[in-house]
Design a protein around this ligand. Structure first.
Ligand code: ATP
Length: 363
């Protein structure tokens, strides 16, 4: 198997996206203590699905995300991609190259991708099974791991050797097959119980089958009868349809006649309307003439009232004048008498005057 490259971003001491490419020969990574060499092997373990934070030399899974430095703030997620060569078809995937990616967020969400398609952790584990890779594989042996293997229990060590020998897959398949076999046995017992139960139901079912057969015969008979009824109904309906169609034709010609008559009535009504319109015009002019005459009559009436008032007034004036004349003629008599008195007085005065003149002349 050929590990082509490793891409790390936000994982432990690698905040920047870092790509490590491996040649076909041996690759050695050297550097001072604490420079991040083990972090690279941790990244390889982690991307293959390692869940134990202790195996990644941390307290909790969040510790794999770059925690920040004095100059750089922490990252929100860690991502690692492992690029493997598959030109020999080692993996059961139809692609020349396998890219396994794992992304982890501070919220605790984990995502896995196989050749950039989202998958489950189980898919990654199954893909790597018996390849020597995988989180439990022997391919990544960190500091202190050798002594761990040596002091491990024989069953744990056996698993490591089985994985290395490529028989773990078959052992797991065998376990699966045994589990399936057990389930099948249980199912067989259940099916036998079911068969016993069904056998008890056979007799009633036979009776039901007889009834069903009878039902089918009767149903066919009913269908035949229904068809004859339908045929008869059809004949009847056809006769009725012909009668209705004759009625319809008659009604249609009646309708046409009625429409013609209606048109004539419309024309007569039009003529009447025209005549009415002329009568209205004439009535209108007569009404105007009438109102003119009425105005003239009202004017004449008021002139007559004025004249009547004048006559009455004149008659009253005449009566008053006659009264005055009568009065004046009485007064004329007295004036005449006064005139006579005044004439006598005047003669008296004249005599006195003459006497006085004579006295004066004498004086
Ligand atoms: P040695 O040679 O001593 O084994 P090493 O080169 O293998 O050292 P690592 O153990 O890979 O070094 O790296 C340790 C460094 O990684 C430490 O400086 C530590 O601060 C840093 N580191 C680990 N986890 C994180 C993290 N989450 N965020 C930032 N830095 C981290």
């Amino acid at each position: 198997m050929y590990l082509k490259a490793l891409e790390i971003q936000g994982f432990k001491s690698f905040p920047e996206k870092t790509r490590l490419t491996f040649e076909k020969e041996i690759t050695a990574i050297v550097g001072p203590n604490g420079s991040g060499k083990s972090n690279i092997s941790d990244a390889i373990l982690w991307v293959m699905g390692e869940q134990r934070s202790r195996a990644l030399r941390g307290g909790k899974m969040e510790d794999v995300i770059f925690g920040g430095t004095e100059k750089r703030s922490p990252m929100g997620f860690a991502q690692v991609s492992l690029i493997l060569d598959n030109s020999a078809g080692l993996f059961e995937l139809d692609a020349p190259e396998i890219v396994i990616t794992r992304r982890y967020y501070r919220s605790g969400e984990s995502e896995y991708y196989l050749n950039r398609e989202s998958v489950r952790l189980r898919d990654v584990t199954e893909l790597l099974m018996d390849t020597g890779l995988g989180r439990d594989g022997y391919s990544v042996i960190g500091q202190g791991r050798i002594s761990e293997i040596v002091s491990a229990r024989s069953t744990d060590r056996r698993e490591i050797f089985e994985e290395a020998a490529g028989i773990a897959r078959y052992r797991r398949r065998k376990e699966d097959a045994e589990r399936k076999l057990e389930r099948t046995d249980e199912n067989l017992v259940r099916i036998n119980d079911k068969i016993d139960e069904l056998e008890m139901q056979v007799n009633p079912l036979r009776e039901q089958a007889e009834t069903a057969k009878r039902y089918l015969i009767l149903r066919d008979e009913q269908r035949t009868l229904e068809i004859s009824v339908w045929m008869e109904t059809l004949d009847l309906l056809q006769t009725q349809a012909e009668a209705v169609s004759a009625d319809y034709e008659q009604a249609k010609s009646g309708l046409e006649q009625a429409e013609r008559e209606l048109n004539e009535v419309y024309a007569a009504s039009e003529r009447c309307t025209e005549k009415m319109r002329e009568c209205d015009v004439e009535a209108e002019s007569l009404r105007a003439q009438c109102s003119q005459e009425e105005t003239l009559a009202a004017e004449a009436e008021s002139a007559m009232a004025v004249l009547r008032a004048n006559i009455k007034h004149n008659q009253e004036s005449i009566a008053r004048l006659e009264e005055e004349i009568n009065e004046q003629s009485g007064r004329a008599e007295s004036i005449k008498a006064q005139i006579g008195e005044h004439g006598a007085r005047l003669e008296q005065i004249d005599e006195e005057k003459s006497r006085c003149e004579r006295d004066i002349a004498a004086a």
